[in-house]
Design a protein around this ligand. Structure first.
Ligand code: ATP
Ligand code: MG
Length: 608
């Protein structure tokens, strides 16, 4: 009988504990300086997001800082988002703050509740929570459409916004470029009253999509093109997944985002570098709304960091969608995908992704992170937690010809091994050895090269946790394929018994008995791309797909794996870390995925 196997080992404290000093970076420095200067110390918080007068009624904000993770619900989250989640939620945790989960749902046509649900699951799975002070800080940009409309009216009234009738093409041409100033729109001088009337007509649905827009009135000669009267509202007769048909005008992201931050009392609005050029508009809008007394002071500030680029991986949602729709992978949760659902199915744990996020740090300039760094984090966390087991991935039979004489006919020898070598408290696993066992084909060489210490004629090796055997040769089939290896057992060498070390061997071989091994489908994954930067410099990433990224084999597993549940992770000794597939694995038909090899560069030596 096997002792009951624990399916999840409680993880030792691998998250950074308060004693582990956090690596400082520019965002930490900004926050620490704001805290030291009391920049946000006097803000009030009314318990829910809102405008200046709403927060005025509240108590001093209990959160020392407020950050937010603002996904657009238009796809599945990926490793880049995990970085942003760990950063925003992590900083809030470290500085007695709160991080809001906010759905940036200002683009009605692309969004879907399916994505909303998957995002909620992913953030929770990563180990973060948006509830604090008994408040649930889960918000939607669409909650603020009324305020945004009011803010737009305020800008119009003060002469800071106007309705433009130019076509998108005219606007684009008149915007100019780096070398040429923009040209003022012929509609720029409309009076506030006229603009107000037209904007209301836009709102009630008088015009078709694209007929008119509302633009901020800033400076068509600004060296920053984003300040050349950016569009802030457009007409879109589209149904929104929350507000339905209530609106046919929608705010542009650049207008909506600063407002969302301000209403939620965000202190540090952290985004990726491509928004750097938008920061002057962010600040311009904050100043206008503060002047009008519409938002709580002081206003949030935007900070940019370099987005995560990982070698051999693409992380744009659009490109990931192409991989799925064109059938290059089997879905968003294919274990080769860098989506959080894919990584999870591959065997990645929240701890490994948090460790990765800490380890890659925060930088202000774009760079590529080696995918081995990510694998290393997984290996490191699983090494501490994953129970061990033996598995033969490319089985060939080995017959111990003197078994009946030494051990007795039909006798099965009981063997046991620790579930985890550094954690004896977890107990033992047990399995049987018999006359016939499975070993990995690559553990035998007819003509062994120098330095090969495993099975070849005349060599002695230890069968891990069992006896020492001496290889006597192998049998080949008609095609010259090895179909059976022969050996003799060396008596009195059973691992753990007195005197078993008398015979010194250089090689140890893992094995599984024919008598109690269980067959299983094992999916061996490799990188999805053949080049390190598949989509850099305008390359077509689809041309670099690795056609050998998945190999499916029938392996034989140690019997203690018979009770594994989907998502349980193990170290297959001498191979790597494997996870029971959360979708397809059953007890009747076990399926395991390769999470990561035991060492960098490991690949299963599978004969094809
Ligand atoms: P994609 O380009 O893949 O479509 P996105 O930036 O449009 O991603 P959003 O849903 O808008 O996706 O992103 C939510 C948050 O995650 C944003 O704050 C964004 O800056 C951040 N984010 C997205 N991709 C990365 C990345 N590769 N590295 C770090 N942060 C990222
Ligand atoms: Mg985006």
């Amino acid at each position: 009988m096997n002792s009951p196997r624990p399916h999840t080992l409680s993880s030792p404290d691998i998250k950074s504990s308060p004693e582990t000093p956090k690596v400082s970076h520019f965002l930490r420095q900004v926050i620490e300086s704001d805290l030291a200067n009391g920049t946000y110390a006097k803000r009030r918080w009314a318990g829910t997001p809102g405008d200046a007068s709403h927060h005025e009624m509240g108590l001093p904000d209990p959160a020392k800082i407020r950050t937010r993770f603002p996904p657009e619900p238009n796809g599945y989250l990926h490793i880049g988002h995990a970085k942003s989640i760990c950063l925003n939620f992590g900083l809030a945790q470290d500085y007695a703050g709160v991080c809001h989960l906010r759905f940036d749902d200002t683009n009605p046509e692309k969004e879907d509740t399916e994505y909303v649900d998957s995002i909620i699951d992913a953030v929770r799975w990563l180990g973060f929570d948006w509830n604090s002070d008994t408040t649930c800080h889960l918000y939607h940009a669409s909650d603020y459409f009324d305020f945004m409309y009011r803010a737009a009216h305020y800008l119009i009234r003060e002469g800071y916004a106007y309705v433009d009738d130019q076509s998108f093409e005219q606007m684009r041409i008149n915007r100019g470029d780096f070398n040429t100033h923009g040209i003022n729109s012929p509609y720029r001088q409309r009076t506030p009253a006229e603009n107000q009337h037209l904007f209301e007509q836009m709102r009630v649905g008088r015009y078709n999509d694209g007929a008119r827009v509302l633009r901020a009135k800033i400076d068509m000669a600004s060296p920053n093109i984003n300040l050349r009267d950016p569009v802030i509202y457009r007409i879109k007769h589209a149904k929104h997944h929350i507000t339905g048909d209530r609106w046919c005008i929608y705010p542009m992201y650049t207008f909506a985002h600063p407002i969302e931050d301000a209403l939620e009392n965000i202190t540090h609005s952290i985004c990726t570098l491509e928004f750097e050029d938008q920061r002057p508009f962010y600040d311009w809008l904050m100043e206008r709304l503060l002047e009008g007394g519409l938002i709580n002071a002081p206003a949030p500030r935007q900070y940019e960091f370099a987005r995560l680029n990982l070698t051999y991986v693409v992380t744009s949602k659009r490109k990931l969608a192409q991989l799925v729709s064109q059938g290059h992978v089997q879905g968003w949760d294919d274990p080769r995908m860098p989506t959080l659902v894919g990584l999870r199915r591959r065997g990645y744990t929240p701890e490994s992704l948090q460790l990765f996020s800490d380890r890659v740090g925060v930088s202000k300039s774009d760079s590529w992170i080696n995918d081995k760094t990510l694998e290393g984090c997984l290996r490191e966390t699983l090494d501490k937690t994953a129970p061990r087991a033996m598995a033969v991935l490319d089985p060939v039979k080995l017959v111990i010809d003197n078994w009946d004489d030494v051990m007795g006919k039909d006798v099965l020898d009981h063997c046991s091994a620790p579930l985890h070598p550094q954690r004896p408290d977890l107990g033992q696993r047990s399995f049987k050895m018999g006359k016939e066992i499975w070993i990995d084909r690559s553990d035998y060489q007819e003509n062994a090269p120098k330095g090969f210490f495993r099975l070849f004629p005349g060599n002695q090796v230890r069968l891990k946790y069992g006896h020492v055997i001496e290889c006597t040769g192998a049998t080949q089939d008609a095609l010259g394929h090895i179909c059976c290896i022969n050996a003799q057992l060396v008596p009195d060498t059973k691992s753990g018994t007195p005197g078993s070390n008398i015979i010194k061997v250089k090689g140890v071989v893992t094995w599984v008995s024919v008598a109690d091994g269980i067959p299983a489908e094992v999916r061996l994954y490799d990188r999805l791309f053949t080049v390190a930067q598949p989509d850099a410099g305008g390359k077509d990433f689809l041309e670099y797909i690795n056609s050998n990224s998945l190999k499916v084999v029938t392996a034989i597993l140690e019997p203690s794996l018979a009770t594994a549940h989907g998502d349980d992770k193990f170290q297959f000794e001498r191979h790597g870390y494997f996870v029971a597939d959360r979708v397809d694995h059953t007890r009747e038909k076990p399926v395991f995925n390769l999470a990561v090899g035991l060492k960098e560069g490991w690949s299963a030596a599978i004969s094809t």
